[in-house]
Design a protein around this ligand. Sequence first.
Ligand code: 6GU
Length: 240
Amino acid sequence: MNYYVLSLFPEIIENSLNASITGRAIEKEIITLTSVDIRDFSDNKHMKVDDYPYGGGAGLVIKPTCVYDAYLHTLSLIKNQKKPRVVYMTPQGSVFNQKKAADFAKEEDLIILCGHYEGIDERVLETIVTDYVSIGDYVLTGGEIASVIVMDAVSRLVPGVLGNSESAFTDTFSDGLLEYPQYTRPEEFLGMKVPEVLRSGHHGNVEKWRHEQKLIRTRKNRPDLYEKYIMLHPEEELKD
Ligand code: 6GU
């Protein structure tokens, strides 16, 4: 998986992705990250990339020329014949989820475009963007952190990025339920004991307890997901 991220703050993206599991995947060249600084494609001596909005109003708008030139430069770096998808990070997009992460993980190259403070001229978006993606119903100062979230979720689905012990956790959400609670030593912490069943050594009872915990948690924290799950598995509906 090769990511090409166009933004005005490449350091936010590099600092985040070069750490931890994604950082190790970059070192191993299972994924690559190329950040493209839109400011490098400014067409004036002050390195300005934005200008006043036509029609007036607050804030500035990123010029289409800078973004388009950054995009053409990015295409020139990509060997693949196929034109890559271009993901624009925006609260106006459709909300990112595990299904979209799996869809993006199938791509060989992904171009991700991030705005900051302000919008980007609509004409260049119409020309290059294939996917408009938001990460949720709140407003961030820019798309950089949102793009890191998308790349993190996509990267862990790329074969070889997770080690064996980590891939055990791949199926969170894959069955539509939240995960069960985990415990480790000590057996007693601040007067709280690890649930007896987990220390019983009875594998069947452990599985049953964990599944029930998933249902309890999902009903409490995500009633929307619980309703969906129960529609498909009515026999598992919790009694109380
Ligand atoms: Cl993708 N960008 C910004 N600026 N704010 C957001 C977002 C993206 N997703 C949710 N809020």
